[in-house]
Design a protein around this ligand. Structure first.
Ligand SMILES: [Zn+2]
Length: 230
């Protein structure tokens, strides 16, 4: 039973999160510590993942982008889709990660030190950087928000009958999440000055890998973080 549960859960999150070509983890760095520009100055709750879920950044790689995502455990638990422990267990099992995850109440959980590359972007290309492929993990900070998209956006991962069990209040994003995301972005942008506050530098997973990703999706209101919808 336990194994079956885990398998199902993991399959879901593989679909949501696994970067199909992330580079193997190198665990010589510690998350603890970090210095200067890699340390958040806004309030975050430490809940760090183990080193196997991320890797060292190249010494010459600057952080130039933030990628936004959504995640949930809706396929396995449609009536209780936002259990942080469930999500972190899957991250650990599949060695995937984001630097931060913002829960429905707006609490920012710090998962991976910014001086490491989290496994969140996978294969993809940004249309305004068409000459670069599959390298955004090394150049970005990944932020997950606990949220669920439209039925169409979720249809790759969740059946219609499962989607219908989801409470409407669990679909989309909360005002608390927008506020916390705005606060976190301001902090990140103040420390990583190559990240301009525009849609070329703050990007969605669906913008980078549109054929396989639908997050943060059409329900995410970019205007609430001072950006245009497209
Ligand atoms: Zn994503």
């Amino acid at each position: 039973m336990k194994k079956s549960y885990l398998t199902t859960t993991c399959l879901l999150f593989v679909l949501f999160f696994v970067s199909s070509a992330f580079i193997s983890s190198n665990s010589t760095n510690s998350y603890l510590g970090g210095e200067g520009k890699f340390v958040p100055t806004t309030k975050v709750t430490p809940k760090l993942l183990s080193d196997k879920c991320s890797r060292n950044r190249s010494s010459d790689a600057s952080i130039t982008h933030v990628m936004l995502h959504f995640c949930s455990n809706a396929a396995q638990k449609p009536t209780n889709p936002y259990n942080l422990k469930d999500i972190l267990n899957v991250f650990e099992t599949y060695k995937v990660s984001a630097h931060y995850i913002i829960d429905r109440e707006g609490i920012i959980h710090h998962l991976v030190n910014e001086n490491r590359a989290a496994h969140h972007a996978g294969k993809g290309t940004l249309s305004h950087e068409a000459h670069r492929h599959n390298d955004l993990n090394g150049r970005s900070i990944g932020i997950e928000m606990m949220a669920i998209g439209t039925q169409t956006e979720m249809s790759k991962f969740i059946s219609t009958s499962t989607y219908q069990k989801i409470d409407k209040k669990d679909v989309g994003f909360t005002e608390a999440q927008y506020k916390s995301l705005d606060r976190l972005l301001k902090d990140i942008e103040s420390r990583h000055t190559d990240i301009s506050h525009d849609r070329k530098h703050i990007v969605g997973h669906d913008q980078y890998a549109p054929s396989r990703r639908s997050d943060p999706g059409s329900l995410f209101d970019w205007k609430k973080i001072g950006l245009t919808q497209n």
